[in-house]
Design a protein. Structure first.
Length: 95
């Protein structure tokens, strides 16, 4: 059974991504990923929930895309571009 977001003033969108063994459902409010069936996705749509389906070519023994992506921003850069406005440096300190 899926735990659904309460839509109190928030636009809830679900992303349903088809995989080899079923679907993965991403909840845009709870930021959760749950394995679901095609029937679960159809049930959400039938209840008036906004679901965006993503279907990609299947890759043998792999997911079609990563589950999560983590980005770490820093002030480090080896370039010294004249047009750069970020004041970056190789050490991470501003020069």
């Amino acid at each position: 059974m899926l735990t659904l977001s309460a839509s109190a003033g928030q636009e809830v969108e679900y992303l349903a991504r088809e995989e080899r063994d079923g679907w993965l459902l991403f909840d845009s409010v709870l930021h959760s990923v749950d394995p679901v069936t095609a029937d679960d996705v159809a049930d959400l749509e039938a209840r008036g929930r906004r679901v965006r389906r993503i279907q990609r070519p299947m890759v043998p023994d792999a997911l079609s895309a990563p589950l999560k992506l983590f980005v770490s921003l820093s002030n480090r850069c080896n370039l010294k571009c004249l047009h750069c406005m970020s004041s970056s440096s190789p050490s991470g300190r501003t020069e």
